[in-house]
Design a protein. Structure first.
Length: 499
């Protein structure tokens, strides 16, 4: 009664003065002690008083562990359980596996798993998922293959977990092998496995295979549609993403926020303003309530696609702006070289009591660089450092680009020499770009030697230096272009046509 009414202190006092021979009573009172050490004290006290632990008590105790500090407690509990009748309970063993995974102690997890001779499907799902959540995809895939080698039959959830471990192009072969397993099983057209296949092929760079898996599903649900839209968006196919979104709502399904944001990002990355506008109209036509995250994606899409006025219109309509909203608007203005407008937005930020974050400052410095606002750039760089925002390589790159564009090459070179972090080829290339703009051939030779010292395959330094030598009627002065790679076939998109 006290527990149901929320009077936890009264319940604890009553427990202290009552007869405590009932394991169910211990289970209830242990549930009040969220901290593992408190729960451990109660558990040990219960065992000392001769009360035999029952399944609810052990499960309640295991659920209190949350990080590696509690591994010894999990091991003590395992030692108690392992020599009792509870050890035969698959739920207890599965819970222990889960506890070790939460505590990130995979040596103990592997040892425990090896002690279990009868492994059901749930146990395989738990351990494969544990390795995936720790980012150990290769180990997770090895476990899947071990499962099949032992003759166990995976269900749709095992297949989905295994496919989740194939999320890079280098892991495509493993995903295709799992697909072969699925095609020979009863889950060939199951929505869970098909959804996992769509996601896997989308992330591994095989959009056509992702669409094939989507069409192969007998029961396309909301997850299926979100997965195929996400796959199209992952490949920057804004038109295809919009098309599937339209079909999705015709079937009575509504996209989630993540799907909408990824589709808008695809339109921004192309950029494809027409597709982005169609998508915006589709969202409005669906009657969806567009939250701040989707609105931020709209600002980014319009800003990157050349419609800065539409981006500002969306920005002005957002009532619950967050730091990403402000940063997106500043980035949109910076992308178009509209430094004054970008800095106006920053001023409004300060007026509303919002301080820029690290990414916002990158866009502020970019805007200053495009318009040669050197003093403003210095001002904001100093403001950033004075407010404990640690400058990264991106901030120094923006500051160096600002100095190089303004012709302050001495200051730029001094900045590189005094840089508190390790320089990169991009930083020296930015200064080399300033040498080209202001035709400082002598300095360019020195800067190029520094840039080429990194042995990068970036062609930028070679191209800049070659152009300067060509204009100056000089030949290459002993600098080898071995390893340089340029990317041919530049595309220009205009009115849905590619040139």
């Amino acid at each position: 009664m006290y527990i149901q009414c929320g009077a936890f202190e009264d319940a604890s006092v009553l427990f202290a003065y009552s007869s405590r021979g009932c394991a169910a009573t211990w289970a209830k009172i242990m549930g009040l002690h969220i901290h593992p050490f408190s729960a451990l004290q109660l558990f040990n006290q219960m065992c000392t008083e001769g009360v035999i632990p029952v399944k609810p008590v052990v499960i309640s105790f295991i659920s209190s562990f949350s990080d590696s500090l509690y591994v010894p407690e999990v091991k003590r509990l395992q030692a108690r359980v392992q020599y009792s009748d509870l050890w035969s309970d698959v739920v207890i063993r599965t819970a222990l596996i889960g506890a070790y995974s939460i505590c990130n102690h995979f040596d103990a997890l592997k040892q425990l798993f090896g002690c279990i001779s009868e492994r059901d499907t749930v146990l395989w799902v738990v351990i494969i998922r544990a390795y995936l959540q720790a980012g150990r995809n290769e180990d997770a895939l090895q476990l899947f293959h071990q499962m099949t080698m032992e003759g166990a039959l995976p269900n749709e959830f095992v297949y989905a977990c295994a496919l989740a471990g194939c999320n890079r192009s280098s892991e495509l072969r493993h995903g295709q092998e799992i697909h072969c397993h699925i095609s020979r099983s009863e889950f060939r057209s199951d929505s869970v496995t098909c959804n996992a296949l769509v996601t896997m092929y989308g992330k591994c760079g095989k959009l056509e295979d992702a669409i094939f898996a989507f069409n192969d599903s007998d029961d396309q649900d909301k997850v299926s549609w979100n997965a195929v839209v996400g796959a199209c968006a992952h490949h920057d196919q804004g038109k295809a993403a919009s098309s599937y979104l339209w079909q999705m709502q015709e079937r009575g399904f509504l996209p989630n926020d993540l799907t909408l944001m990824s589709a808008l990002d695809a339109c921004a990355n192309q950029p494809a303003l027409a597709d982005g506008k169609r998508l915006h109209a589709l969202l409005t036509g669906m009657g969806l309530k567009i939250n701040v995250n989707v609105s931020n994606a709209l600002i980014n899409m319009y800003g990157r696609s050349g419609s800065i006025l539409q981006a500002r219109w969306v920005f002005d309509g957002i009532l619950d702006r967050n730091i990403i909203t402000w940063t997106s608007m500043v980035a949109a203005y910076a992308f178009h070289g509209l430094a004054d407008d970008a800095l106006d937005v920053v001023s409004i930020m300060f007026q509303e009591g919002i301080f820029p974050n690290s990414i916002t400052f990158v866009n502020i410095l970019t805007a200053c660089g495009h318009c040669g606002l050197v003093m403003k750039g210095y001002e904001y760089f100093g403001l950033m450092r004075n407010n404990h925002v640690i400058p990264t390589i991106e901030h120094y790159n923006c500051l160096l680009d600002l100095l190089a564009r303004a012709g302050l090459l001495d200051e730029g070179e001094m900045l590189l020499k005094l840089l508190p972090i390790e320089s990169t080829v991009a930083l020296w290339t930015a200064l080399l770009g300033g040498c080209r703009i202001h035709f400082d051939v002598e300095r360019a030779d020195f800067v190029a030697s520094k840039a080429l010292h990194f042995e990068s395959h970036e062609s930028g330094p070679y191209v800049l230096l070659h152009n300067m030598w060509t204009v100056a009627s000089q030949g290459p002065q002993g600098v080898s272009c071995k390893g340089a790679q340029d990317v041919p076939c530049t595309e220009i998109h205009y009115s849905d046509l590619c040139y």
